[in-house]
Every structure is written in C-alpha cells, then in structure tokens.
Write a protein that binds this ligand. Structure first.
Ligand SMILES: [Zn+2]
Length: 175
C-alpha cells in the first residue's frame, strides 16, 4: 500500500484512532512508512493518522536537550497504544509546527512533565517519565491519536488570524 502524508481538512486527522491489537509485520511496515514520510517532509515526529492510518502509533526524534536548551534529534522512538498521565501542574508554552499544517507555527501551552506507558516497535511495554522538550512531542503526537491538532490548543484570537491560511491548506490538499 502506498502511503502519503495527510493534510488539514482530511477527516482521518479528526478521528479517534484505534488501539493496536498486535505488534505484527503490518505495524512494522506502517512504522517504516511513517519514518520514510517524516524524513521526506523534514518532520521531527509523526503519528499514524497523518499517513492515513487511524491506529494508535506515533514516533518522534527528540533524544535529549542540548546545552542551548533546545532539542537534540536522533533516531525515531516508537510509541504504540500510549497512555499518558500528567505529572504535577506545571505548564509551559513553546512554538510548534505540524507536517499536516505546513508553514504554521504557533505557541502552544502544554503540561511540563508526563508519565508515558506504551509498547515499543517489538511490542515490549515500557514506561518513562519525561519533561520539557522530551514531553512536548509525545503530547503533540498523542493528540493526533485523539483527532486533536495543535491549532485546537492555541489562543482563540490566533486561530482566528489563521483562518485564511487554514482554508488555503484545506483547498490545496483536498482532492
Ligand atoms: Zn502534528
């Protein structure tokens, strides 16, 4: 099956994705395609719905924080059927973009620290507590599994300003 990137306006991005029943070859192929398309479009993360597959799988490439306080990128980390718990009540705001919303970058406020339980690409369960730049991509990509886009989390007046741009994306990529 030939996968392609899905853009804002595609209904698959608004669906609640279903759990992966078994981490089999089909899921491994899906992950391979996600990595291929993420790299092709220079993304730092991608969720399965963004390539048209409504399943609870995402990847991101933030591996740590550099001395400048910004993310260091590396090989993609896979999350299947993730469960996220917010730790504490600290929040922070940073700019975000999304492969499905080209050329849009907006500040998004998110929890600072989270706990994640998920399966890796071999179906093995893992648990991690991450914060800051390691938590943000997990929260962004996990939103995709629930049909939520980062523009749903920006200030209403900013969203209003984006309306013409969003309309353009919808028009350009809908067939
Ligand atoms: Zn995204």
């Amino acid at each position: 099956m030939a996968y392609e990137l899905c853009y804002f306006g595609n209904p698959v991005l608004r669906q609640k994705a279903s759990e992966v029943a078994e981490v089999n070859d089909e899921i491994k192929e899906l992950i391979g395609e996600m990595i291929r398309l993420m790299k092709k479009y220079n993304g730092m993360g991608i969720a399965a719905p963004q390539i048209g597959v409504s399943k609870r799988v995402f990847i991101h490439t933030v591996r740590g924080i550099g001395e400048d306080g910004y993310p260091v990128y590396g090989s993609p980390k896979v999350y299947i059927n993730p469960k996220i718990t917010v730790v504490g009540d600290e929040e922070w705001t940073e700019g975000e973009g999304c492969l499905s919303l080209p050329k849009i970058y907006e500040d998004v406020t998110r929890p600072y620290k989270i706990k994640v339980e998920a399966l890796d690409e071999d179906g093995k369960a893992f648990e991690e507590e991450v914060d800051g730049w390691l938590a943000r991509p997990v929260l962004h990509e996990n939103d995709h599994l629930n049909g939520v886009l980062f523009i749903d989390r920006i200030l209403p007046h900013r969203k209003k300003l984006l309306a013409p741009q969003l309309k353009k994306i919808k028009k350009k990529f809908s067939k």
